[in-house]
Each structure stands twice: as structure tokens, then as C-alpha cells.
Design a protein around this ligand. Sequence first.
Ligand code: ADP
Length: 498
Amino acid sequence: MENRLDDTPTILVVDDEQDIREGSARILKKIGLPVLTASRGEDALEIIKKEKISILFLDLKMPGMDGMEVFGHVREIDPSILVIIITGFATVETAIKAMKDGAYDFIPKPFEPDQLRIVVNRAWEKLRLTWETERLQEEKRRTLNDLDTEKNRTYTIIKSLPIGVVVTNTRGQVVLMNPSFMRLIGLSLDQKPGNRIEDYVSDTGFCDLVREISSGRHVDFEDISDYEFSLTQDKYLLAKGQPVLGERNECLGAVMNITDISPMKIMDQMKSEFVAKVSHELRSPLSTIHEQLALVIREMVGEMSDQDQHILSRAKEKTKGLISLIGDLLDLSRIEEGLEFHEPEPIKVDELLQNIVDFLGTRAKEKDQSLTLELPENPLPPFTADPMALESIFGNLVTNALIYTPEGGEISVKADMAGINIRVVVADNGFGIEAKHLDNIFERFYRVKDDKTRFITGTGLGLPIVKGLVDSFDGFIDVSSEYGKGTAFTVLLPTKSL
Ligand code: ADP
């Protein structure tokens, strides 16, 4: 049974002299200690076998079994008992031997009550320390056990997850992977961790991302982009990664989770194909209707009532809106398929921006708006791209700025270099966008409808087109806006060389 710190040790006094036995018992009981006594060694051993004795006062010179023999047996029965030798003048030598053999202390006979108290208190203190050490050791053992159980439990959970999980250390070596990960990646289930990530996954982009996160480049959890990849045709995977951080925020490695997004991807592709097909089929009849309406309006002017003319003009406007919607949809599906509009060529972005600002300047003037362009002193490096794509990006952003800014407003386009990126900021002091919409405006067909924008027509496809194109250049687009104050779109286009 375990001892507790506040346990009172039971004491056994073994001496053939009755005075010593009873005297000691009296003194010890007075200080609150339970005491048993024995006059012979054999009786003492019987007691020790039955009772939990903590401190034993043992006389060396007794008839029958002598003290040293009793001491030997006691050590075998219960080595934790603290033995204090009661020694007379004649037994000093033996007492020294007993001490060498592990007796805790000795008390010379005859002794005063105070001497006995001092010796027993010292032994008691020693017991307390021993018990405390045992308790701490037990506690440590239990904590380690708990940790082990917790680790096993966590591992069982990770193993049963339907999403793939792989964990690497700072050098990008795999330290843990679950069966779902192995299945998704196409590894056999008996593969063991331990090697570098590229020994398991053939996709270089994925491995680069894992190594990048493992090396601690993202410890502040700055935006780590999701990564899409496919290892076989028709199997698309989405990887999300995070650094594993230690107590002092140091990076210990990366944890990546991988989901199978093939069904979604295939659905999306089918949807895009469907939209592209339908749009394509609708475009030519609609264009014909539009042209014929224009013709009728032109030819029959004067022969029609004002009301008829108004109705036809509205119909013509609507078909124009539909044609532009179809144009946007077709553009979008081309971007999604990764098709270029024209051959890429080195483009002077400063000139391209100048052309757009000149061209849209007339529209700005109609609304009494100022449209300015600020270029850096040194010309920007050429950017290799499909010129139509760049025109579409900045044309859309500047047009939006003109549309969503009231009469007399200010629109500015600024271009400069930010590291290896060409940075273009299109800013206006117009309606602004409420924070709750900011995450959605790059989604297809998303339009903000509030008091100021309700009557503005549009398709909700401009920004998705812009984002799709910027992404196709491995670029970055961000928006900041304050409702009622204005909006700024920032585009970064990586030149890759500098
Ligand atoms: P559309 O302009 O055809 O509605 P977009 O995809 O170009 O579609 O824009 C989506 C929405 O984002 C718009 O409906 C508008 O509410 C908002 N928006 C875009 N640019 C601006 C801007 N410069 N200022 C305020 N709101 C804007």
C-alpha cells in the first residue's frame, strides 16, 4: 500500500528490557505515534509480517535470536523499514556494522526521552521525504501513461479521418501519414513514413508547398493558399497546409490535409461546358435580332409612333445587355479552360494603361469625373501576356470605377514596381463596398444591390473575369473599400525577372 505524506508511521520497539520497551512506548505515544513492542526477535518478525511498520527500534543483545539476525530478516521482509539500533556499550562494534549494512540510525542505551524524540523525529522526516519522492515518481509515471494514451487516441482519430493527413518535420520528411492520404496519393498502405515528401508524392508544386511551410516561412499564418493538383486524369485533389508550431511559436514542421474534389471539379467542368455551349448557341440568333431591331428602328424612323420607337429601343438595349452577358460568359469559360485569346507578347504596361485611360477618358468626362494616370519615372519592364487579357483586366477595373462613382468623382490609376511585381492600383472616391460583400464580389454573378447601385445594370461577371485572368498570370488581386468613401483594387503581376 502506498504511503501518504500525512500518514503517521507505526513504530515497533524490540528490546528484552521491559523498562526500555515500556518507557519508549510511553514517550512515543505522547507525541502521537502508534507503538507496538516485542521482547524477542521472533515475536518482532511475526509483527512485521502482519503490520505495516515504518520505524523499528532494535536492541542488538537479546536472548534467542540476536539483533543482527533479526535485522537481516527485517531487511528481507520489508526493506523500507527504517531500523534504529539500540546499542549498549558492549555492542558498539556490532552497531557500527549494522549501520554499514543499512541501519538508518542508532541510539545509545540508556537514553533520555529527548534523545529518543530527536532520533524518531529525524527518522520521521526521512520517511516523509521518501514518501514524497515516491509520490512524485508515481505522478510522473501516471502523467507519462496519460500522455501515451492521449497520443494513441489522437493517432487513432487521425487514422480514421476520411481526409488525407500528412505531417512533416522541418526538413520536409514525412513523420506521419494516415491511410486516407495513402489512398488519395495512390501509395500502398504498408508504406512507412521517414522519407522526404517527394519520395511519396510526384507533384512538384505540392512538394514545394510542403517544404515551404515546413521550413517555417509561414509561422505567422499569413495567407497560405490552397493548392489544387491532380495525379491521375479525373482525380483532383485540394491541399490545405499549416505550420505545426511549438510552444515558442517556432515551426516544427507542416501538417497538410488533402481532400478529393474530383466530383466537384467534374461537375464544375460540366457546368462550364454547358454554359459555354448554351451561350455559343444563343449568341448568333441574339446578334441577328439585335441587328434587325437596329435596322427596323433606323429604317422606320418617322413611320412609328414615339411609343413604338421607345419599345423597340428598349428591346434593342436588352438584347445588347444579353449579348454582353454572353460575351462575358464565353470569356470566363475560356479563361477557366486556360485558353489564351491571343499569342502572348511582351507588353509595355505603361502604354497599355495610357491607352485605356485615354479611351475611357471620354466616358469619365460625360460624368464630369476626373480620370488620372500616374506612372513611375523609369518605364515598367515589359510583361509577357496576351494583350487582350491585360486590357480586359484594367479595362474592367477602370470601367467599374467610373460606373460605381457618382458624377464629379475622382478615379486614379497608379502603376509602379513592388519587388518583382508590376503593381497597378485603380482607386476611386465613389460608392464604396460594404465589408460584408468584399469576400463575394469576385464570385460569378455576384452584384451588390444597395440604394446607390440598384439601378446600375451589369452582369456580375466582370470581377470574376479579372480575377481569372490575374490568376492565370500567377498574379494577385486585392480590394480595399470603405462604404461611402471609395474603393481601391490592387493588382500585382509578377515579372519573374528583376
Ligand atoms: P458588374 O459590374 O457587372 O455588376 P462586377 O463583377 O464587375 O460586376 O462587379 C461586381 C460588384 O462589385 C458590382 O456589382 C459592384 O457592386 C461591386 N463593385 C465593383 N467595382 C466597384 C467599385 N469600383 N466601387 C464600388 N463597387 C464596385
